[in-house]
Design a protein around this ligand. Sequence first.
Ligand SMILES: [Zn+2]
Length: 306
Amino acid sequence: MFLPLVYHDDYSPPFPAEHRFPMEKFRLLYGHLLDSGLTRDEQLHRPEICPAEVLALAHCPAYIRRFLDGDLGREEQRRLGLPWSEALARRTVRAVGGSLLTAELAMRHGLACHLAGGTHHAHFDHAAGFCIFNDLAVISRYLLEAGTVQRVLIFDCDVHQGDGTARLLADTPEAITVSLHCEKNFPARKAESDWDIPLPMGMGDADYLQVVDDALNYLLPLYQPDLVLYDAGVDVHKDDALGYLQLTDAGLAERDERVIRHCLGRDIPVMGVIGGGYDKDRAALARRHGILHHSAGRVWREMGLE
Ligand SMILES: [Zn+2]
């Protein structure tokens, strides 16, 4: 079978073209993965909307209601940084549903990737940094409560710290939060993950890959999680508009492959979400995000999983 990939047409709703958040990147990524022959449309898995009661495993019910109803206050709207619309609301809950489906597929098949996800700045009762609901925290809680897993590990390689995830899961010892991020970057006030690995500005491929190897060689045997949630943010790339690291395309591909191999080599299922990535050249950005899915596809084929 094909590598399980999760996508929905709702992911890129109509949106101001010049907005700093590249909302069309999800649709462009979908097009890129089809054009580059990794998958076919009929092979993609389409998620349901994540129900409000599942979101409430990690978020304030009143905040969920306000957002879904388009009832955010002026300050809440400012923090969100995205213009509210019904299509945005639907997209948001659809994408959390997509991460949930990706997790379930990963548990079943060992590996699965989302064409969205990684909204790691979202907090209990407010949005931040373009993130509304925290898929990583919601899924962790959901799988733990359902008894599907006893322990999960979130390996967050987005260039920004996963501050929302760290705070939301601070009292959930069965969810291990790990964040590799550029030390001088958003958010200015860092949270406390279980493991924070701050990286100096300007770090390149070789040093970065060594940190990834060292971290996983230590953490995976230590915790032996039942699932790894991998945030493969590409804002560590040298051409990214918001990151300050210097990874190349080859470095990204190597990172993604290594993370997946570290997990599968220990019989730990792994799900990939795309995380952050910012570039005025939206086609280049879509190709950059697609490195995750192509890397996963290579491992998938080599391990004879298809
Ligand atoms: Zn980021």
